[in-house]
Structures are given as C-alpha cells and as structure tokens.
Design a protein around this ligand. Structure first.
Ligand SMILES: *Cc1c(COP(=O)(O)O)cnc(C)c1O
Length: 188
C-alpha cells in the first residue's frame, strides 16, 4: 500500500477542529501498519483494538490498558476474572441498516438489556464508566448519530441509577473519510 502520511495528519487536524470535545481513538483494524500507528501516536491519538482470547485481556491488564468495551454477561464474567480493575464501556446496539458496512448484527446490547447488564457489572464489583456505539462504517444517515446518542443518554441515567459513575461517551466511527464523498465529514 502506498499512502501519504501528510493526509493522515491533515485528516486528524480536521477531526479535532470539527469535534474539539472529542478525543480521537484510532481503530487499529482499519490499517495497522506501524508507520500509520507511529504518526497517529505522535499526534497524540489513542487506539482502539479488538481482543480475541483471554490472554489479550490479561495482556491489557498487565500493561495498564483500562478501558474495555462489553455488550454481554459472558464478557462481564471474563473481565471480572481477568481484568477486575477495568473501566468498562457498555456498547449499545444501533440502527445501522443504511451503512455500507453494518456492525450491529455482531455487536451491541439492546436498550432493554442494558439495565440488567449494568446491575450485573455492579454486582461483580466492576466499574462502568460510559457507553459506546458504532453506526456502521460508511454511515449514510447522520441522524443515526443523534438517535444513538439519545439512547446513550438513557443508559447514562440507568447506570447512575445503580451507582456507576458514567462520564465517557464513545461515538464510534462511520464518519465519511474521503474527500468529495456524498456526505461530508463536517456535515455529520
Ligand atoms: C472499526 C471501528 C471503528 C472505526 O470505524 P470506521 O467506520 O472505520 O470509522 C470505531 N470503533 C470500533 C469499535 C470499531 O470496531
């Protein structure tokens, strides 16, 4: 792959200008080339990585990676056992049928399940600090963000209601990244 790393820096700048209260965390699965990661690290971004087996959780715990996402009871059980000091973010299901690459078939808890998951986390002694969602890659409908954020707001209230200190809202991805795409990044 041939890439202009200067474009990476200018997209980073555009992102920070349009969303000054949002800290970008780069999804490493998009392109994990060491040079891309090094440039983004130098710009001060965080990173979002998928974990597969339990050994990845243990690695995160050993290296001080505290923020973890969950969307099911099974994951809570695993985290309680292998990374009890984690700060958890509850991933919500979102309507993403209009996205080019939907993700909600695979990830995200339905709103009706969130109350139960928040209580389970508390009963296991785990701290939930916020919510996340992903509207699907190549999101064609900016209103999906508004709907997802409204759902997150409700889950913040549920979380606070059972004693979690909710403060982190992860707005996922799905932003248009290509100059001249149908929908502009700034519009979203
Ligand atoms: C892939 C992914 C992203 C980035 O999604 P884009 O559509 O490439 O912007 C963000 N968050 C999570 C959890 C992801 O899996």
């Amino acid at each position: 792959m041939v890439a202009d790393l200067g474009v990476l820096a200018s997209r980073h700048q555009a992102f920070c200008q349009a969303l000054p209260r949002v800290s970008p965390f780069y999804a490493v699965k998009c392109n994990s080339s060491p040079l891309v990661l090094r440039v983004l690290a130098a710009l001060g971004t965080g990173f979002d990585c998928a974990s597969q087996p339990v050994s990845h959780l243990q690695y995160a715990a050993r290296h001080g990676v505290q923020l973890l996402t969950f969307d099911s009871e099974e994951e809570l059980t695993k985290v309680a056992q292998h990374h009890p000091g984690a700060r958890l973010v509850l991933r919500l299901w979102t309507e993403d049928s209009q996205s080019l690459i939907p993700m909600s078939a695979k990830f995200g808890a339905r709103l009706e399940l969130c109350g139960h998951l928040l209580k389970s986390a508390r009963d296991l002694g785990l701290a939930v600090v916020g919510t996340s969602f992903h509207v699907g890659s190549g999101c064609q409908n900016p209103h999906s963000f508004a709907q997802a954020i409204a759902d997150c707001r409700r889950v913040f209230e549920m979380g606070r209601g059972v004693g979690h200190d909710m403060s982190l809202l992860d707005i996922g991805g799905g932003f248009p990244g290509v100059e001249g795409s149908e929908l502009e990044f700034e519009e979203v």
